[in-house]
Design a binder for this molecule. Structure first.
Ligand code: PLP
Length: 702
């Protein structure tokens, strides 16, 4: 939204200024008629504009798919507005009492109606109107087609219109008058969430669903025509009838429809860098400023000029809002909590690795970011967000719970579950809009039997013999015929891509050939098999000539090779994204011949300064590193690990780092030692990283 819809952003400020105008009558000292036509007619586009923005950006997607994320966005929007509404009610409570909009004698019915429809102060009606409108449209979208919702909203708008600007004209008809007299007992005005908001929300949704319009040329013409019609309508109603209220006009929705399309396209030269909340804040605050300016205007003569009065209110509200946002922004800079043991993710290195990978894969091939096992120990959600920023919009995890965690954190990308999911959990696969791997023929059939459509990728066992169905054409075709499996891709996994000896290369080649044979068979049968992928990190590095739709990058995204046994064919400059740090929490001199820590395998030869560092094997540092001469760095000084590593701490010899102060940060794992450690331990970087404990805090800001 930030860059692409500058016109909308710009107009949000203009609309806020219009709303302030509606409450201050800027032209009254020139000509009241001018206020009728401009302030009470043209400026009436402001509030519908905000409703349409909510419709377009918040509910457009929801109207296509009632998925978990789309619903959650609406939910959090409603909660945010409700909170603001409550705060605004309290803020204006003294004024509400002062002006008599509420008093101790307000009846319960009136109170409830004020809360849900009118607002407890004149401008606050906007909040319940948005809330009720959004709730109503969300509900309708769930039970009927969009055109049905549109129709109902339009009918509601007509009813509202009859009780708004058209009332003076219609009330001569007896049964109409009777109808509205009763209606007004519950809703003093029809300009509310029931009659007014739904249509504009729907217009926003409508434009979202319609997508980009091609014939833009006629739109300004239609906008002018509909604006003229609205002005004529307003002029006639204001001149010849007694108007009840003037928020709603018959031709206003048409004006909005054309205006909004222009705004979506408009890219004003001036970039207005403001916080998103600013217009709403100006809206909430401006009546307070009106009270102040109004009070002093009786003393200062030139304030009686309506235009100056208006501009003062506008600037005052603006300044107050900006000041408030400034204060709020400041408060957020809380000082960081001191950590015990922490992993730091180096953002620029993630970015670097992604671009390095892009350099060596074919131009049209895209990256699936593998973030299983808590993002290889680097923080599932945080790391995924970094990948999304790098333009990687397809993630893969091992389990459904990892996938759900991503969704709950608001991540909207495609998510492929690489591992097995029990068919009993099919509802969650559908609800969270996940893509499940079909890991065997039986798995596919059991999923299908549940009669719930889900997205999936077919996994083939081309020779690794872990997961996947047999690469046998007939069986694979059978899967594509299952009605409830929406198969969007077909993939396989290589068992020996990391090694370049003859046996490994032959095994890999057979796997690739088997995969390609199935693809060819499907193509010959005219089956649209979806997207393809077979390479993980070493597949990318050792078989760069392959050309499929995606590659599944895991360990190299994190800046590591799995081990240093064999140099891959394709050189690539990787930067490790992870550092693990802890603190020096205690220092003590220990006499010669004493043992340190658990057990007796480390005895001091001479009196030594010993340090305690706040990290242990429960944090993922292998206990087998105990007493192996592991060197840790602190302020460029070396400290050697001694004794057995404990669950939560380890001990170091401070002989070469005597004056390092307490609480200093000690580097435990970094690009300097990780590869050495995994070589010594005979394991993979993958294992070391993925075992980093839950107890480590994560610093991912930098
Ligand atoms: C883990 C995994 C990957 C990523 O592997 P790396 O070697 O870390 O790149 C890719 N595909 C599948 C099926 C996996 O299980």
């Amino acid at each position: 939204m930030k860059d692409r819809y500058q016109g909308i952003d710009f107009f949000r400020i203009i609309a806020a200024a219009m709303v302030v105008g509606i409450h201050t009558f800027p032209f009254s000292s020139i000509s009241p008629k001018l206020d009728e036509l401009i302030t009470l007619t043209v400026f009436r586009v402001a509030v519908p504009f905000f409703f349409m923005t909510t419709g377009y950006f918040l509910m457009g997607k929801l109207s296509f798919q009632q998925s978990y994320l789309n619903r959650k966005r609406v939910q959090s929007f409603l909660i945010k507005i409700l909170k603001l509404y409550v705060i605004a009610i309290l803020l204006f409570l003294p004024l509400s009492f002062y002006t008599g909009t509420i008093s101790t004698r307000t009846s319960l019915v009136k109170g409830v109606s004020a809360f849900f429809f009118e607002g407890t102060f004149y401008h606050l009606w906007y909040f319940p109107a948005v809330i009720i409108g959004v709730l109503l449209v969300t509900y309708l979208l769930r039970v009927m087609s969009f055109s049905g919702v549109m129709m109902i909203s339009f009918l509601l708008y007509l009813i509202g219109l009859g009780g708004d600007s058209w009332y003076g004209w219609l009330k001569g008809i007896e049964f109409v008058s009777l109808f509205y007299t009763n209606l007004f007992k519950v809703f003093p005005l029809t300009r509310n969430g029931l009659f007014f908001t739904p249509l504009y929300l729907c217009l926003g949704i409508y434009l979202y669903r319609k997508g980009k319009t091609k014939n833009i040329k006629e739109i300004p013409f239609f906008l002018v025509i509909s604006l003229m019609l609205t002005l004529i309508e307003s002029y006639l109603l204001h001149t010849y009838t007694e108007i009840k209220h003037d928020s709603m006009y018959f031709f206003l929705p048409f004006v909005m429809l054309f205006l909004y399309q222009l705004l979506l396209r408009w890219q004003p030269k001036i970039k207005w860098k403001t916080k998103e909340e600013l217009p709403l804040l100006i809206y909430v605050i401006h009546p307070l400023v009106i009270v102040v300016i109004h009070t002093i205007s009786s003393r200062i003569l030139f304030l009686k000029i309506s235009l100056i009065y208006y501009l003062l209110v506008l600037c005052g509200s603006w300044l107050l809002s900006v000041f408030y946002l400034h204060l709020k922004g400041k408060k957020k800079e809380i000082s960081p909590v001191p950590f015990r043991a922490e992993k730091k993710i180096l953002k620029e290195d993630v970015s670097h690795n992604v671009s390095e990978i892009k350099k060596i894969i074919p131009r049209k091939t895209k990256i699936i970011g593998v973030v299983k096992a808590n993002g290889y120990g680097c923080d599932l959600v945080g790391f995924s967000q970094l990948l999304l920023k790098e333009g990687i919009d397809f993630l893969a995890v091992a389990t459904i719970d990892e996938a759900i965690k991503l969704r709950k954190a608001g991540i909207a990308s495609d998510i492929l579950i690489l591992g097995y999911t029990d068919p009993k959990r099919i509802e969650e696969i559908a609800f969270y809009d996940l893509i499940q791997s079909v890991i065997s023929e039986e798995h596919g059939r059991l999923l299908n039997i549940r009669k719930m459509a889900i997205r999936c990728h077919l996994q083939l066992d081309t020779g690794m013999h872990r997961l996947g169905m047999q690469p046998e054409l007939g069986a694979v075709v059978g899967m594509y015929q299952l009605p409830y499996l929406k198969i969007e891709g077909i993939y396989s996994h290589l068992g020996s891509a990391d090694l370049l000896d003859e046996f490994s290369v032959n095994r890999t080649k057979r796997q690739i050939e088997s995969y390609q044979a199935v693809l060819k068979g499907l193509k010959d049968l005219g089956i649209d098999y979806g997207v393809t992928h077979i390479q993980s990190s070493y597949g990318i590095l050792n078989y760069p000539e392959l050309n499929f739709d995606y590659v599944r990058a895991g360990i190299i995204l994190y800046g590591f090779l799995s081990d240093s046994i064999q140099e891959p064919k394709q050189k690539i400059e990787l930067k490790p994204v992870l550092e693990v740090k802890a603190k020096l929490i205690s220092k003590r001199y220990v006499k010669a011949n004493e043992y340190v820590g658990y057990g007796t395998n480390y005895q001091l030869k001479k009196e030594t300064l010993i340090g305690v560092v706040s990290i242990g094997y429960a944090d993922g540092l292998p206990r087998s590193l105990s007493n192996q001469g592991l060197v840790l760095m602190c302020q460029d000084k070396r400290m050697t690990q001694i004794g057995n590593i404990c669950m939560d701490m380890l001990l170091v010899d401070l002989s070469q780092a005597e004056d390092v102060p307490l609480n200093s940060e000690v580097m435990i794992l970094s690009s300097d030692n990780i590869e050495q450690i995994v070589t010594d331990e005979g394991t993979l970087t993958n294992e070391l990283l993925s075992r980093l404990g839950e107890r480590l805090t994560t610093d991912i800001k930098n």
